[in-house]
Design a protein around this ligand. Structure first.
Ligand code: PLP
Length: 372
């Protein structure tokens, strides 16, 4: 079976973990790997501060909580994303406001943001979908104009660049995930990066149940336990050394898919804008009507041939859990709806061999030839 995405762990990850066990440094409060991982990952993103967390979801929640986003506040984000993006806004009792997406990058349509701004808007939360950076300049301009925070959800985009700058380091806060299928992994894990010392301090406080520095068991805030363990950070430190190599491998895989799939009628390929470095976290394609086989049928046929694929996200405005709260009722985001119906992603793990990619592409070609 060729899986959609498998992590690549090696000897150094293991050695670092052994070091944690031998030294008894395993928690989220003890051990040097956490600090090392935070410092090095933040620096990688062009940021001064890193705050490691238990997941990408908790990184997003911690980011919003550190900015004191609360009930009555509105946060503008995309309908086409992992549910964690919108759930993190709900955790703060704030109101998510959705945007439709661009048909080519599948990222939020940044030129429509201003229309959604009200006097309750506090933040914009762009998501760099499947590793392609969002067009950040227009977002930063609108944010500046209205005094809003920008929180980047970069959970799928470690190492991606916007006009030569690493994503996650462009807004006020960047949030990352280190789940097993993300570009680098700690099993479960996440991180906030920022250049704002005050935000970083607040995030560190809230991550650790808001134990006050002056008097340990005194709490000025409702905090969380979102501490990453030293064991996870030990894996992260080893993975981080390979991040650039992994990004290069993802891009090689994408180039190979591009060249093999480009002549197939009815398959739309992912793009890379002039100003972007796409890291192709997942290599997504759209199955158009001209292909002759529906997206779901294609996935089934590929599965039978030993190839795992996955559908695109279901838009947030179509989620029962959110509709039940009275959110997004009757709202329409036609581009996201269409992309969601047509999209799937192909095996994209950094451990894939050239032959695997060729096998996937050839299998798609054969299915197409059969129906033509
Ligand atoms: C994976 C992901 C998250 C959540 O990260 P977890 O570590 O799984 O909690 C958030 N946003 C996006 C866009 C993601 O892809």
């Amino acid at each position: 079976m060729i899986w959609v995405c498998e992590p690549l762990l090696e000897e150094e990850e293991l050695e670092n973990i052994i070091q944690c066990i031998r030294s008894n440094m395993i928690s989220g409060s003890a051990g040097e790997f956490i600090r090392e991982f935070e410092e090095k990952f933040a620096r990688y993103c062009g940021c001064k501060y890193g705050v490691a967390t238990t997941s990408g979801t908790t990184a997003l929640h911690l980011a919003l909580a550190s900015l004191e986003i609360k009930s009555g506040d509105e946060v503008i984000t995309t309908t086409f994303t992992n549910a964690a993006t919108v759930f993190s806004i709900i955790y703060c009792n704030a109101t998510p406001i959705l945007m439709d997406i661009e048909p080519d990058t599948w990222n939020m349509n940044v030129h429509e943001i201003e229309k959604k701004i009200t006097d309750k808007t506090r933040a914009i939360l762009p998501v760099h979908i499947y590793g392609h950076p969002v067009d950040m300049d227009p977002i930063m301009e609108v944010a500046e104009k209205y005094g809003l925070y920008v929180i980047e959800d970069a959970a799928e985009a470690h190492g991606a660049e916007y006009k030569g700058r690493k994503v996650g380091g462009i807004g006020h806060i960047g949030c990352f995930s280190f789940y097993a299928n993300k570009i680098i992994t700690t099993g479960e894990g996440g991180m906030i990066v920022t250049n704002d010392e005050e935000i970083a301090e607040k995030a560190k406080l809230l991550r650790n149940l808001a134990f006050s520095k002056e008097k340990r068991f005194l709490h000025e805030y409702i905090g969380f336990n979102y501490r990453m363990t030293n064991l996870q950070a030990a894996v992260g430190v080893a993975q981080l050394k390979k991040l650039d190599k992994f990004v290069e491998r993802k891009r090689e895989i994408a180039r190979l898919y591009n060249s093999l799939l480009s002549e197939i009628d009815g398959i739309t390929l992912p793009v890379e804008k002039k100003w972007a470095k796409n890291v192709y976290w997942m290599y997504g394609i759209l199955v158009e009507p001209e292909f002759g086989v529906s997206r779901d049928e294609l996935m089934m046929e590929l599965w039978k041939k030993g190839i795992e694929t996955r559908t695109f996200f279901i838009p947030m405005h179509e989620q029962p859990a959110l509709n039940k709260m009275g959110l997004f009722i009757g709202e329409k985001y036609p581009v996201a709806e269409e992309i969601s119906r047509k999209g799937l992603y192909l095996p994209s793990g950094v451990g894939l061999k050239k032959e695997d990619v060729e096998y996937v592409a050839n299998t798609i070609k054969k299915i197409k030839e059969r129906v033509s």
